[in-house]
Design a protein around this ligand. Structure first.
Ligand SMILES: [Ca+2]
Length: 203
């Protein structure tokens, strides 16, 4: 029967390095792993995943022009420097390569409002791309689609114990902003008022 070698001094089993020169244990470990087919495969997969993530990030960065920031998968510009009437800011957004934002998604609205607060851009209201200029009471986005009314988009005001749901301006207020005083919910206001704007890149 074979017996394991024993250290005559301690009586314990000892494991000797395979060769006479010093062994860097970590080096041996990595050499062993690197020689394992599974390790190589995993490294390749990790490399490919990293490359894909970078491609995706670059694609979004390229998709959003230099004025715009990616917010909830859209390219938006929260413009605070330029301010003007709804028509002024509609033209401004066109000049940047976009249009006034179409806030037709509650998640997009939430992300935009979070962005406004997180970046200290609150304290002012912003024009968005909605109006009932063409037909009183029929609010449309700048691309012609109907604006959804009510919750969660439009502001509710409490006045003398009564709730008033925007829009309330009838034919005196035909352009829509997101209203700083009402947590950036929609309100109709006079198109000639002066506000900042949120533009959206047209891709
Ligand atoms: Ca109106």
């Amino acid at each position: 029967m074979r017996t394991l070698p024993h250290d005559p001094n301690s009586g314990q089993r000892t494991i000797q390095p395979a060769s006479g020169h010093g062994v860097n244990k970590q080096g041996v470990y990595w050499d062993l792993l690197a020689g394992h087919p599974g390790f190589q495969e995993e490294r390749e997969i990790q490399g490919r995943l990293t490359a894909l993530a970078m491609e995706e990030s670059n694609a979004m960065a390229e998709a959003c022009g230099s004025y715009f920031t990616e917010i909830y998968g859209r390219c938006l510009l929260v413009e605070t420097f330029a301010q003007g009437t709804w028509y002024d800011m509609k033209n401004f957004c066109t000049e940047t390569g976009g249009r006034l934002v179409i806030l037709d998604d509650a998640n997009l609205m939430f992300a935009l409002v979070s962005y406004i607060y997180a970046n200290g851009l609150d304290g002012r209201s912003y024009w968005i791309g909605a109006s009932d200029v063409a037909s009183e009471g029929d609010f449309r986005w700048v691309d012609g689609r109907a604006v959804r009314m009510g919750t969660p988009y439009w502001a509710t005001q409490c006045h003398n114990g009564h709730q008033h749901r925007q829009p309330t301006g009838d034919d005196g207020e035909n352009c829509v902003n997101i209203w700083a005083e009402y947590n950036y919910h929609f309100g109709d206001t006079q198109c000639g008022d002066t506000y900042a704007a949120v533009c959206e890149q047209v891709i």
